[in-house]
Write a protein that binds this ligand. Structure first.
Ligand code: LHQ
Length: 266
C-alpha cells in the first residue's frame, strides 16, 4: 500500500473516513490491470480493513476511466511468469476469499469497464453501484481462457445460469443499465455522482449495527451450500449471537422511545 511494501509506486490506495474504508485500484494508465505487486497490495488493504475496528463498510473502486481490466497481460509475457493455476491459487483466490469472508460489507463503485478478473472483483463485492458508462465483460474467452477468480461461481448466482453462460461463451458485455435490470447492479448513476452514491450506501451500512451487518453477510454467504433446513438452523445460530448484543437491546429501546438507534458495536 506504500512504496516500502512493494518495489514500485503504490498501485492500491486505502483511505478511511467515518467508518468507511475506500480501496482504490490505482494504475489508471493500464486501466487498473492487475500486476503481482498490485494483487499483493489489494490483499494487504483487505487484511488491514479486516483488522481495523473503526471500519464498518468498504468501498472498492478504480482510478481513472476503468474499474479494472483484469490481469495485466503484459506482465504475463515477462520471463518467469508462473503457470495460471499457480497464479490463481497464490494470488487471485486469496483476494476473492478475503472479500467474501470479510465481515464488513463491500460496496463496489464500478466507475468504468470491469473486465476479466476485474469483473470477478466486481462480482465479489456485496453491492454494486455503477456509473452510466460502466460495463462488465468476462474477456477470458477472447484470450483462450475460462472465467476465473470466482466468476464461474458468482455470476450464475447473481444473474442466473443462462445469462452467465452467454456472457462467458460469447464474451458478451453487460452495460450498467442491463446490469441494473438483471439485478447485478443496485443503481446506475452519472459518473460525477458515483463516489457520493457509493459513500451514501456504505455510510448506511456503517451506521447500522456492525454485528448484525457482519452476520447478515455470513448468513447470505452460507445459504449456497445449505438446504432450507440447514439455512433455518444456520439463521437460528447466528440470530442467537445477534440477539445477545447490546445493539439489539438498543434497537428495541430506540423503537420504543421513537428515536434513532445509537449502535456501538457491542
Ligand atoms: C491493458 C489491459 C490488460 C495490460 C487494457 N493488461 N494492459 C488470471 C490468471 C492469470 C492470468 C490470466 O488471467 C487471469 C484473469 C484475467 O483477468 S484474464 C482477462 C485479462 N483481461 C483482458 O483480457 C482485458 C483486456 N483489455 C481489454 O479487452 C480492453 O482494454 C478493455 C475492454 C478492458 C477496454 O477497452 P478500451 O476502452 O478500448 O481500452 P484499450 O484497450 O485502448 O486500453 C487502454 C490501455 O490499457 C491500453 O494501453 P496503451 O498503452 O495501448 O494505451 C491497453 O493495452 C491497456 N490495457 N487492459 N488487461
Amino acid at each position: 500500500m506504500n512504496e516500502s511494501e512493494s518495489a514500485g509506486p503504490a498501485t492500491v490506495r486505502l483511505e478511511t473516513e467515518g467508518g468507511v474504508a475506500t480501496i482504490t485500484l490505482d494504475r489508471p494508465e493500464a486501466l487498473n490491470a492487475l500486476t503481482i505487486p498490485m494483487k499483493r497490495e489489494l490483499l494487504a488493504a483487505l487484511r488491514s480493513v479486516e483488522r481495523d475496528a473503526v471500519v464498518r463498510a468498504v468501498i472498492l473502486t478504480g482510478a481513472g476511466r476503468a474499474f479494472c481490466a483484469g490481469q495485466d497481460l503484459r506482465e504475463r509475457l515477462e520471463p518467469g511468469a508462473v503457470p495460471l493455476g499457480v497464479e490463481l491459487r497464490e494470488r487471485y483466490n486469496p483476494i476473492i476469499r478475503a472479500m467474501r469472508n470479510l465481515e464488513k460489507p463491500i460496496v463496489g463503485a464500478i466507475n468504468g469497464v470491469a473486465a476479466g478478473a476485474g469483473a470477478s472483483l466486481a462480482l465479489a463485492c456485496d453491492i454494486r453501484i455503477a456509473s452510466e458508462g460502466a460495463s462488465f465483460i468476462l474477456a477470458f474467452a477472447k484470450i483462450g481462457l475460462i472465467p476465473d477468480s470466482g466468476a464461474t461461481w458468482l455470476l450464475p448466482r447473481l444473474i442466473g445460469p443462462s445469462r452467465a453462460t452467454a456472457m462467458a461463451l460469447l464474451n458478451e458485455p453487460i452495460t450498467a443499465a442491463e446490469g441494473e435490470r438483471l439485478g447485478l447492479v443496485l443503481k446506475v448513476v452519472p459518473s460525477e455522482s458515483l463516489a457520493d452514491e457509493a459513500r451514501t450506501v456504505a455510510q448506511r451500512i456503517a451506521d447500522g449495527a456492525p454485528l448484525a451487518m457482519a452476520l447478515t453477510k455470513r448468513a447470505l454467504n452460507g445459504t449456497y451450500d445449505r438446504d432450507l433446513a440447514g439455512a433455518l438452523e444456520y439463521e437460528a445460530s447466528l440470530q442467537d449471537l445477534a440477539g445477545r448484543s447490546a445493539d439489539h437491546a438498543e434497537g428495541i429501546a430506540a423503537f420504543m422511545e421513537k428515536r434513532p438507534p445509537r449502535f456501538t458495536g457491542e
